[in-house]
Design a protein around this ligand. Sequence first.
Ligand code: A3P
Length: 282
Amino acid sequence: MKLLSRPELFDFEGVSMVHYFTDNWEKVKNFQARPDDILIATYPKAGTTWVSYILDLLYFAIYMRVPFLESCFQVIQSGTELADNLPTSPRLIKTHLPVQLVPKSFWEQNSRIVYVARNAKDNAVSYFHFDRMNMGEPEPGDWNTFLQKFMEGKNVFGPWFDHVSGWWEKKQTYSNLLYLFYEDLVEDTGREVERLCSFLGLSTSVEEREKITKGVQFDAMKQNKMTNYSTLPVMDFKISPFMRKGKVGDWKGHFTVAQNEQFDEVYKQKMKNTTVKFRTEI
Ligand code: A3P
């Protein structure tokens, strides 16, 4: 059963969006953050679920979830409603909003923020497969069509380039922000879990950290109903699984030589004013 129809992309305060993330905007904008909130911010497909789950395990039992702040699908409670009613402290909240659209109360409350970024090529491939299987996203077309749109920033939540560099700039002035890379998480999950613990001031034991590190490996999360999204009605798993590959460098099987050259050119241009650096292989 298909409960959602694919939405149209439109311009929202200068960012490409779909109505599922703007229908509840007054409430999102006026969302009341708390000083102990932890906001998990990412461009879609950069490892949101992974880091949400790590934080979830660090703080809570698995049954307590992480609301998606701006979401407003009629089939489930809106993100603001879920967050407002969360009984936990701290609250874990996720967002894909570019930095300039984040509700101002997060800055006022000096909430802690964990941003996760992933290299543009793998991020684009993952986003393409996600848009194919998720009826809450606009129709992606074929790979080449999608890639051209990705380079123009015609994706939900706007250009990847502005997203990762906007949050990178924010890090220079807002000290309660930890900027993680998906590639580092793949390379050494344990080390990154340790970084998270020290950022959050958690004195988690070595045994506990090792247990969490094991529990959040790709294969474990792929089998886990809580993290593989198999219970969500908007995704068609016959097209592609949510926990798809979980690799660095998967883009090499998608980009043609010509697409890669074109992408590198666009990348150089769009990233010329930022110092953030990514690895496309490890
Ligand atoms: P792929 O499509 O490349 O497999 P998000 O949660 O932001 O939507 O990101 C989803 C991407 O993160 C998917 O990438 C998914 O497989 C990957 N991912 C999720 N958990 C992971 C894990 N434990 N290890 C490696 N990759 C993971």
